[in-house]
Design a protein around this ligand. Structure first.
Ligand code: PLP
Length: 422
C-alpha cells in the first residue's frame, strides 16, 4: 500500500486498519506516497467522464485521496461536482464583487459529508466490517445512513435528543439507520459513540476517521479546478467539529507540495458566537482547546462545544496564514436569508461562511480586490423550521428583517385581485 496512518501527536506509523486512533489517544492522519508525475491535465481530462467512478467529484482525484484502493471496493453515488456560483445580491451584501459560492449542499444527500463518506464507507467495505456508526448533528448521519444502505452495512447513529433539524431526522430514518437519541449534547453523543465503537467493535465514521478528511479534501480540489487552477485569495467555511477545516488545510498543503498550485489561499474558519471554542483558542493564542459545555446556536450543524479535530484545524489555519472568526446567530440568519433570496439557498450553518466573509471584509481583514470563495455546506431543505420561523418572526432572540408568509384566499378571482393588489 502506498498509504499509512500516522499519529498527529506521537508520530507513530500504522498500517491501514480498523482502528481510527493511536494507542496514545492521538488522531491519525493518512500519509500518502504520491506517485510521480501527477499533473493538472490528468484531472482535467476526466471532467464529464461517463465512467461510474471517475465521474465522481471525489474519485476523479483518486491519486490524491486513496491511490492504493481497489476500485471494486468503491461505494459512490457519485458525489461532488457541485456548482460554483456568483451572485450580485450576495456580493453586494458582503461588499465585494469578487465572490464565489461553492455549493456543497448539492451533494447527493444534501451536504458535503458525502465526500468524506464515499471514502470512509469504501474503506469499511475493504476492511470487511459489518456495522458502521457515527455521532451527528444530522448531516453526517444522513450521509452515512445512505452510503451504508448502498453498501449493505448496518448503520447506527447517535444524535443529541431534540436538537437536529427536521429534514435530517427524516432523512436518516428513511435510509434505514438505527437512530439513538442521546439525552445530552452532540459532544455527549460523540464521546458515547467512540466508547461504543471501541467496546462493541463497530467501525467509526465521524471525522475522527482520517478517511473522511481525505474525501473532504476534494472540495478544495474541485473548486480550484473549476477556477482553472487559479486559487482564490481566501476560502471561507463554517466550522463545527473542524473536520472540514482540517481537510482544507491538508488539501492545500498537498496541492502546493505537488506543484499543482502556485500559491495557497488563506483559510477563514467561521464559528457561531455561542459555540466558538476554536475561535477562543485562536484569538487568545492558547495552545489547548477549552471545551464549551453550553454550546448554543440556531445553526445546529455547528452546535459543537468540543471539536475533535481542533489540533489538525489549528495547523491548517497556521499553515495557510488563515484566520478564525465568529458571527452571531442574527448575522447567520440574515446572511442565510440573502443566500436564499438570491435563488441559491442553504441551511443556517452554511450561511456562517457568508456572514464571516462580511465581517472579515468590514473589519479590513479581507481586501476589496481579493477573490473569495465561501463554502455553502448544506442544502436549503435540511432545516425548514428555521426558515419558516424566521419569516414568522418566531426565532428566539432573532429579529426578522423580512417577513414572507403564505396568504390564504377564498377560491375567487375577486379575492386573488384583492390579495395581490392588482
Ligand atoms: C458538518 C457540517 C458543518 C461543520 O463541519 P465540520 O467539519 O464539523 O467543522 C457545517 N455545516 C454543515 C451544513 C454541516 O453539515
Amino acid at each position: 500500500m502506498s498509504s499509512i496512518f500516522r499519529c498527529i501527536d506521537c508520530g507513530k506509523s500504522y498500517p491501514l486498519e480498523v482502528k481510527t486512533k493511536c494507542e496514545c489517544g492521538g488522531l491519525f492522519e493518512v500519509k500518502h506516497e504520491f506517485r510521480e508525475g501527477i499533473r493538472r491535465d490528468i484531472f482535467d481530462k476526466r471532467v464529464g467522464s461517463p465512467n461510474p467512478i471517475i465521474k465522481s467529484g471525489v474519485w476523479r482525484f483518486k491519486e490524491l485521496v486513496y491511490p492504493g484502493l481497489d476500485n471494486n471496493h468503491i461505494i459512490t453515488k457519485p458525489e461532488g461536482n457541485t456548482n460554483l456560483y456568483t451572485s450580485k445580491l450576495i456580493s453586494s451584501f458582503v461588499g465585494t464583487p469578487n465572490l464565489y459560492l461553492k455549493h456543497e449542499g448539492e451533494n447527493p444527500t444534501g451536504s458535503f459529508k458525502d465526500r468524506g463518506m464515499t471514502v470512509g464507507v469504501s474503506e469499511a467495505k475493504r476492511l470487511g466490517v459489518n456495522i458502521v456508526a457515527c455521532a451527528s448533528t444530522g448531516n453526517t448521519s444522513s450521509s452515512l445512513a445512505s452510503y451504508a444502505a448502498i453498501a449493505d452495512l448496518k448503520c447506527i447513529v447517535f444524535v443529541p435528543e431534540g436538537r437536529i433539524a427536521y429534514g435530517k431526522l427524516a432523512q436518516t430514518l428513511a435510509y434505514g439507520a438505527t437512530m439513538i437519541q442521546v439525552k445530552g449534547s452532540f459532544d455527549d453523543a460523540m464521546s458515547l459513540v467512540q466508547q461504543a465503537s471501541e467496546e462493541l467493535g463497530i467501525y467509526l465514521l465521524n471525522s475522527i476517521n482520517p478517511w473522511r478528511i481525505e474525501g473532504q479534501k476534494t472540495i478544495v480540489f474541485d473548486l480550484i479546478q473549476q477556477l482553472n487552477w487559479k486559487p482564490p485569495d481566501w476560502i471561507i467555511l463554517p466550522a463545527g467539529n473542524l473536520g472540514n477545516t482540517s481537510a482544507f488545510g491538508k488539501a492545500l498543503t498537498e496541492l502546493e507540495e505537488l506543484d499543482l498550485i502556485d500559491e495557497k489561499p488563506r483559510l477563514a474558519a467561521i464559528q457561531a458566537e455561542c459555540a466558538d471554542p476554536f475561535y477562543r483558542l485562536w484569538s487568545t493564542g492558547s495552545s489547548l482547546l477549552e471545551p464549551n459545555s453550553e454550546a448554543k446556536t440556531v445553526a445546529s450543524a455547528i452546535r459543537i462545544g468540543n471539536p475533535v479535530n481542533w489540533k489538525k484545524a489549528l495547523s491548517a489555519i497556521k499553515n495557510t496564514n488563515g484566520v478564525v472568526e465568529h458571527v452571531s446567530d442574527q448575522e447567520i440568519m440574515d446572511s442565510k436569508i440573502v443566500v436564499d433570496r438570491s435563488g441559491i439557498g442553504c441551511e443556517p450553518a452554511s450561511a456562517a461562511s457568508v456572514a464571516g466573509a462580511k465581517r472579515l471584509f468590514d473589519s479590513g481583514v479581507i481586501d476589496k480586490g481579493e477573490k473569495i470563495v465561501c463554502v455553502l455546506t448544506g442544502n436549503i431543505l435540511k432545516d425548514p423550521d428555521s426558515t419558516i420561523r424566521y419569516f414568522e418572526g418566531d426565532l428566539p432572540g432573532i429579529k426578522s428583517n423580512i417577513i414572507n408568509s403564505s396568504k390564504i384566499v377564498e377560491p375567487s378571482m375577486r379575492d386573488i385581485r384583492k390579495t395581490l393588489e392588482l
